[in-house]
Design a binder for this molecule. Structure first.
Ligand code: ATP
Ligand code: MG
Length: 420
């Protein structure tokens, strides 16, 4: 089933609000074989809303709108779409009573504002979609040709809740009735780190274009390059089988760089590996200023294997609190393999744990030299006295250099733990 989404709200056009409703809907719907074939965004203007919905209906015949169902003057969705369908608006006593009860239950002072009455206005002949997550009900409006519009509130919590408990079941039933059910859109993401997009493409060769007939997207980011495989319009079992075959083919070529799938977090894998070995770790961070500690501590239960760390931004802190030698700093500089190694060892010994991680680099925008340009980061890990280091030449701005440095440190540690 193909549908279109119309997101309504000036704040979306101005860029103050990110359209998370559209992304949520597209993902949830794809699982059921409902495909969003086009998205549009319009402001809080009756004419714009009606135009967008009319065009979408002409193309696709099924439209979901988000936003503009509230009680204020800028909430125009219902009125403009009712007009498009040539329907009047009538007060729904049931909704009005529910709104009044809701007002009383919240113990707000005074009577419910009359403005709320607009929320109880329903286009004649429409079906009300119950909102268990807020006040404005949703509306389902259908014309004699079976073309429909589902209007949902813009508040993300309400939009998500109503999509799940009202809209998707309704669309699924509709597909079953028309015999269009059972086909899904499904994705699987292989997460790589430490290898460039172009190097992956090279390693994949012919497989980089639609491996085994499965669509492949390269999604580079600071965590690494995600490889997203997607199949569309297939029965669920066939979809899963095709994804498995394609994933196996990719793993055969770039397996060593793949650390996990879908939402896998490298920091979580590091913690798991430490836990399995009954080892505890500590960090020494210069250019990342605590990001590594943040990544590790963000994961519930990390305290059993993550002890803490030292943010050794200044050289004096590196010397005094980590035991980095002044001669090392003089001879090689703060951003060097030698310093990173001594930081890792310092973290391990000074915090009395088994594993130390050191990160030092030039995050920019200033401070680069021809030999050590901005983006140069050294990471080192000391596992029970066994020290390894690696250099990253990172692209991007300050934030990205720091994030990539953090990810590289986690990747180096994971590899060091796995090869023990
Ligand atoms: P309300 O009854 O609160 O007025 P509404 O249906 O009229 O609900 P909007 O006024 O359009 O919804 O938006 C309510 C809130 O939800 C705003 O804070 C807005 O920024 C946010 N919001 C609206 N649309 C979206 C969207 N597509 N994605 C994420 N947030 C959104
Ligand atoms: Mg509103």
């Amino acid at each position: 089933m193909n549908v279109e989404l119309v997101s309504i709200g000036d704040e979306l056009l101005l860029g103050y609000t990110i359209d998370t409703n559209a992304t949520f809907f597209a993902r949830a719907a794809a699982e059921l074989g409902i495909r969003v074939v086009r998205r549009s965004t319009v402001g809080d203007t009756a004419g714009e809303i009606a135009d967008a919905v009319r065009e979408a209906l002409d193309r696709t015949g099924g439209v979901i709108t988000s936003g503009g169902l509230g009680p204020t003057a800028d909430d125009l969705t219902k009125a403009s779409i009712a007009e498009l369908f040539d329907r009047g608006l009538a007060l729904d006593e049931g909704i009005w009573e529910a709104l009044q009860a809701r007002w009383k239950a919240r113990k707000w002072p005074g009577e419910i504002p009359l403005a709320n009455r607009t929320q109880a206005l329903v286009p004649v002949g429409a079906t009300v979609l119950t909102n268990r997550h807020g006040s404005a009900p949703g509306i389902w409006l259908e014309d004699p040709e079976g073309r429909w519009v589902a209007m949902l509130p813009g508040v993300p919590r309400e939009f998500r809740g109503m999509t799940t408990d009202e809209l998707l079941p309704r669309l699924t039933a509709r597909m079953a009735a028309t015999g269009a059910s059972g086909l899904v859109v499904r994705s699987r993401t292989l997460r790589t780190t430490g290898i460039a997009e172009s190097a992956i493409a090279d390693a994949l060769g012919k497989l980089s274009k639609d491996p085994m007939g499965v669509a492949l997207a390269f999604l580079p980011g600071w965590e690494g390059v995600d490889l997203r495989l997607t199949v569309t319009d297939l029965p669920a079992e066939v979809a899963d089988a095709q994804l498995q075959i394609a994933a196996n083919a990719l793993r055969a070529r770039v397996g060593p760089w793949i650390y996990g799938e879908d939402e896998t977090d490298l920091a979580g894998l590091v913690l798991d590996a430490l836990r399995a070995m009954h080892r505890r770790a500590a960090v020494a961070e210069s250019c990342t200023g605590g990001m590594l500690g943040m990544r590790l501590s963000a994961i519930p239960g990390s305290s059993d294997v993550f002890a803490g760390g030292i943010i050794s931004y200044d050289n004096e802190v590196k010397v005094r609190h980590l035991g980095v030698r002044e001669s090392t700093l003089r001879a090689h500089g703060a951003v060097s393999e030698e310093t990173a190694r001594e930081m890792a060892t310092g973290a391990r010994t000074r915090l009395g744990v088994d594993v130390g991680i050191g990160v030092t680099g030039i995050a920019g925008p200033s401070g680069g030299t021809p030999e050590k340009p901005v983006g140069t980061v050294w990471v080192a890990v000391d596992v029970l006295g066994n020290v390894q280091a690696s250099r990253i030449s990172s692209v991007g701005d300050r934030a990205e250099v720091r994030q990539r440095g953090t990810q590289a440190a986690l990747a180096l540690l994971l590899r060091a733990l796995e090869t023990r």
